[in-house]
Ligand binder design. Structure first.
Ligand SMILES: [Zn+2]
Length: 228
């Protein structure tokens, strides 16, 4: 399995979505009911706009399929059933995006000032990055337009991003500490029992910040008690 980026990673569409036997598209409703998983998988289970993972939002059933080019606009009416125009989106982003399509550049989803970044054709990481406190950085336009329209600075998203940052910190910390603990178990290592206990407290602090933390912490706890 390829490594999934922590934030706004590159996305790639499969070569071909399921079509009718004669090669034409199913209706949007039929496709959504039967083959939505193809889009979801290509979007790596995240809203392509705010980057929240469906699990972070409460599960797949709360998510929606967004028409990147809004089919309610006459120029895009023919794209209503085209799966290549569908993205996995959270309800808030989908609703706020609605029929907006402000690009003044013909054929392009944005004109470098306003509009949308096509997650499958451009690197979203060129437009957005995330600080260690979970705040979103708009690196270039139309990042600011998108963030304002879709409310990407909303507290819920900041919290979700912060959680990912903390999770990364915990994982990095565990990767660093495990050899020390293994060494301590074998009677060696550079840390005293007191130092190990202090490290454990540090980890507990991460746990408090994360609200919950599952298997890796448990594993570490077992190892620490064995080392004590
Ligand atoms: Zn979203």
């Amino acid at each position: 399995m390829s490594k999934v980026s922590e934030f706004f990673g590159p996305l790639k569409r499969r070569p071909k979505y399921t079509t009718k036997p004669d090669g034409t598209f199913y209706s949007f409703t039929y496709f959504r009911e039967n083959f939505r998983a193809e889009i979801v998988e290509d979007c790596q289970y995240r809203c392509v706009y705010c980057d929240c993972h469906e699990a972070e939002m409460g599960g797949n059933e709360v998510m929606e399929l967004d028409h990147f080019r809004p089919w309610s606009r006459p120029e895009f009416a023919g794209l209503k059933n085209d799966p290549n125009n569908l993205n996995h989106g959270c309800p808030r982003c989908n609703r706020l995006k609605g029929p907006h399509w402000p690009s003044t550049k013909a054929g392009s989803p944005h004109d470098s000032k306003v509009g949308f970044v096509d997650p499958f054709n451009e690197k979203r990481a060129d437009y957005f990055s995330v600080n260690d406190d979970g705040t979103l950085v708009c690196r270039q336009d139309p990042g600011r337009y998108i963030a304002d329209l879709l409310q990407l600075h909303r507290p819920l998203l900041q919290r979700l991003r912060l959680r990912r940052v903390l999770r990364r910190a915990v994982n990095t910390y565990i990767a660093k500490m495990l050899p020390e603990i293994e060494a301590a178990k074998a009677g060696g290592g550079t840390l005293t029992r007191e130092q190990l206990a202090a490290e454990w407290l540090k980890l507990k602090d991460y746990q408090r910040l994360l609200d919950l933390c599952d298997a890796p912490l448990k594993e570490l706890k077992t190892l620490l008690s064995a080392a004590a």
